[in-house]
Design a protein around this ligand. Structure first.
Ligand SMILES: Nc1ncnc2c1ncn2[C@@H]1O[C@H](COP(=O)(O)OP(=O)(O)OP(=O)(O)O)[C@@H](O)[C@H]1O
Ligand SMILES: O=P(O)(O)OC[C@H]1O[C@H](OP(=O)(O)OP(=O)(O)O)[C@H](O)[C@@H]1O
Ligand SMILES: [Mg+2]
Length: 285
């Protein structure tokens, strides 16, 4: 039977969430330690554990059909590779930063200066688009230390919470791009494997929808129902069922994870009681 081949980061920031999303899609993978390749037990899929930075080339060469990879790595090394889904984890940005003490006016300040980075193509493209020429000092890690040891004027690296910049006495001055984990597709994927990809995409979409929403149940006096329903949009509209007690109803709906505390406050104000909020496992729209 034909299997789709997926690349997942071997170890690092993407590994755990990548395997979790496959698991939430109902795909079981036997995960032996130090195993570089694994086969799913219940889905036509093989997993290859690779370095994030090597994945664009494997996709291009058709060694793997799909991959879970940081979008920033595709910008750097895989502009020719298509993204099938954004996965809503490992969110970060790629930014330029300079020492806190530097008086910074604009990106023109980088003209003729040295920039330390692991993302040379990204920096070059960005500076070129701004008409700035800088010298790049390419290093693979601990980029934030470069200005402090006199290696560079500024840096370009990944920023998330900003704490690495802070600890190294740097300030973020330009955001070049926003990134998150994505499902990327090889330009050479076969039609047969594209059909398997469609199934994975359908499952991923159901999992991501479910993660962003909560199921809410509450009791409401019937004379408050209109107001309560207006607070709860639901997938189509809320479900309303009579309670055994006369004059009361049970209302069921779906609310987004980001807003549910505000929605609960409004519901309580409007007279809702016995509010339950439950996770949703899968959500098919
Ligand atoms: N601090 C962070 N917060 C959120 N996401 C991040 C952060 N740092 C990196 N990422 C994202 O996770 C991806 C993997 O980062 P990680 O540091 O684990 O590996 P790497 O060194 O880029 O790759 P490799 O697997 O080739 O060693 C990055 O490409 C980026 O998309
Ligand atoms: O803004 P923050 O939340 O501090 O995150 C940013 C830091 O995270 C990443 O490093 P990582 O920890 O992945 O180390 P690495 O250089 O070994 O990949 C990145 O290269 C930054 O240094
Ligand atoms: Mg890193």
């Amino acid at each position: 039977m034909t299997k789709i081949r997926i690349a997942v980061q071997k170890s690092g920031r993407l590994n755990e969430d990548s395997l979790q999303i496959l698991k939430d899609c109902g795909i079981s993978i036997d995960n032996g330690k130090d195993q570089l390749k694994a086969t799913a037990r219940n889905f036509p899929l093989e997993v290859f554990y690779l370095r994030n930075g090597d994945i664009p080339q494997y996709l291009r060469d058709g060694v793997v059909d799909i991959a879970i990879i940081g979008e920033n790595v595709l910008v750097e090394k895989g502009n020719d590779i298509a993204v099938a889904e954004k996965l809503n984890f490992s969110k970060c940005r790629v930014s330029l930063a300079v020492p806190k003490g530097v008086k910074y006016n604009s990106v023109k300040d980088f003209e003729g200066k040295k920039v330390a980075t692991s993302y040379p193509n990204t920096v070059n493209e960005y500076l070129k688009s701004k008409g700035v020429t800088a010298e790049l000092h390419i290093i693979n890690g601990s980029v934030e230390i470069a200005p402090n040891i006199g290696l560079a004027y500024g840096i370009c690296d990944i920023v998330s919470s900003g704490s690495t910049l802070f600890k190294n006495n740097l300030k973020e001055v330009e955001v070049i791009l926003q990134s998150e984990a994505v499902l990327a597709v090889s330009p050479t994927i076969s039609e047969e494997r594209r059909e398997i990809l469609k199934k994975i995409q359908f499952r991923i979409q159901s999992v991501l929808q479910a993660r962003q929403n909560k199921y809410i149940l509450l009791n409401a006096p019937n004379d408050k129902l209109d107001e309560i329903i207006s607070i709860l949009p639901g997938m189509r509209s809320p479900t309303v069922l009579p309670l055994a007690e006369e004059g009361w109803s049970s209302v069921h709906s779906v609310i987004t994870r980001d807003t549910f505390w505000e929605v609960i406050d409004e519901l309580k104000q409007a007279g809702a009681e016995g509010i339950l909020v439950c996770p949703i496992e899968k959500m098919v729209l």
